[in-house]
Design a protein around this ligand. Structure first.
Ligand code: PXL
Length: 287
């Protein structure tokens, strides 16, 4: 070998974030969204493919779940090679894959874990069934540092858990009750996003075991966005990897995501795509 590879960087290496997610060929959501987000924040993304989707910016037509063993093998290879500062989990294609991921992450209890409970596409195409929701609740929630459901996902997960009890399925659960139930199931924090609720502003609330940690209001933007939830959860994992605590990371991730939505573009015939690299594209107008 001739010249050796230079390692004399004066800046510290980027923190590493391990992502489990499905691929989205539009680049709008899923693994591609996570990679763009983490790169934009100065993190190094490790990417474990959990499923391959067929979709455009309008909706998801089909998906092919990766075999559970392949998911675990992808993750274990990189986890044994590199120091991972945070883990983010997005779409998981099967119950077996949930079990495999749960087993892998249980070997790394000190790494903060952000779980984005992806249940449908933006159009509402199902990406998870009841069995998968139960597996998420039983196997992954107890290992989760921050769960990031939108209000629809929060209600579905909380109601799923109450199904066998006397919960009145007609009544709409208050989001604070959903948060309490989800925390009782074992996650440390829940960040419930409110874009699907009524109101001139979007209200996102972070809860922990003691109740509300903080509530952030955001100007409601007019578009329909593909991959906003992925962006938020990935940014949260990124800010945790950069050393922030959960309360601060949740604020920063919301501010970053709002900017990506503010600068979103519409490359196809469907939803807008958040611009995770908005700061590269020369528009330095303040929000
Ligand atoms: O936005 C949720 C999401 C996550 N992951 C993948 C997706 C979608 C929505 O379409 O396709 C792969």
């Amino acid at each position: 070998m001739s010249a050796s590879v230079s390692t004399s960087f004066s800046t510290p290496p980027p923190p590493i974030v391990l992502v489990f997610a499905g691929t989205d060929p539009t680049g709008g959501a899923g693994l591609q969204a996570d990679i763009l987000t983490l790169a934009s924040l100065g993190c190094h993304p490790l990417s474990v493919v959990t499923a391959v989707t067929v979709q455009d910016t309008v909706g998801v037509d089909d998906f092919f779940p990766m075999e559970a063993e392949w998911i675990a093998d992808q993750a274990r290879s990189v986890l044994e090679d590199m120091p991972v500062a945070a883990i983010k989990i997005g779409m998981i294609g099967s119950v077996e894959a949930v079990a495999a991921i749960a087993e892998v992450v249980s070997d790394y209890p000190d790494i903060p874990l952000v779980l984005d409970p992806v249940l449908t596409s933006g159009r509402g195409d199902p990406l998870a069934n009841e069995a998968l929701m139960s597996a998420l609740i039983d196997l992954l929630l107890p290992q989760t540092t921050v769960l990031t459901p939108n209000s629809i996902e929060a209600r579905r997960l909380a109601e799923e858990e109450e199904e066998d009890t006397e919960a009145d399925s007609e009544a709409t659960l208050e989001l604070a009750d959903c948060a309490r139930r989800l925390i009782d199931l074992g996650c440390e924090f829940v960040l419930i996003t409110g874009a699907h609720e009524q109101g001139a502003q979007v209200v996102n609330t972070l809860y922990n075991t003691r109740g509300v940690v903080h509530r952030q209001n955001w100007e409601r933007l007019p578009g329909s966005y593909h991959g906003s939830g992925c962006t938020l959860a990935a940014a949260l994992a990124g800010f945790l990897a950069l050393g922030q605590d959960v309360a601060e990371a949740a604020k920063e991730a919301q501010a970053y995501t709002w900017q990506t939505l503010k600068h979103a573009y519409r490359p196809g015939m469907g939803q807008f795509i958040p611009d995770r690299m908005y700061w590269v594209h020369g528009d330095d107008e303040e929000a």
